[in-house]
Ligand binder design. Sequence first.
Ligand SMILES: [Zn+2]
Length: 186
Amino acid sequence: MVGEYHAMRLETGVMLVNALTGEHVHGRAKPPLDGRDLVRVATEVLGGNGQVDLSTAERLRDLASRLRGIIESLSRREHDEAAGLLNRMLVDSKARPSLQRHGEQTWHLHFHGPEADLVQRWTAGLAVSVALAFGEDLPHHVGLCAAPRCDQVYIDASQAQIKRFCGLACQNRVKAAAYRARRSGS
Ligand SMILES: [Zn+2]
């Protein structure tokens, strides 16, 4: 079930990027996270998938920033740059596919060795998932919200890849601004 794990990983990756990085959300400034807040938010995003202390949370934020850089270059259609960043992330993550099984689960493919720590596991998994979505054209593409003063990233699972905004809040905000602009122009 590569597809299912791929989609789940990308969803968590997008949640990490939106929770831990970015300066604006839905037109409003977003205060930077530090210390205990950073640990709390990182823990919430991973939802009990491992213990998060401050240094782990900081490494997760670095990973999220890296992922943001890749999504931003993809959304600018700078594919050579995105491929370069992804290749570097794949190398640094020491991604190494291996079949693993936990308890009663069926065997499934991981992209890290069994000795990898939490951040290494996520780095390897996310590097592979984003690379698959980009290089193999799997569904679930990632993009950057096109609305002004919003740095949120999103997953576009639509066939036609038509999504432009992180959600209805930004879509409506842009529509309303366009409407006001038309009204004042007439
Ligand atoms: Zn937005």
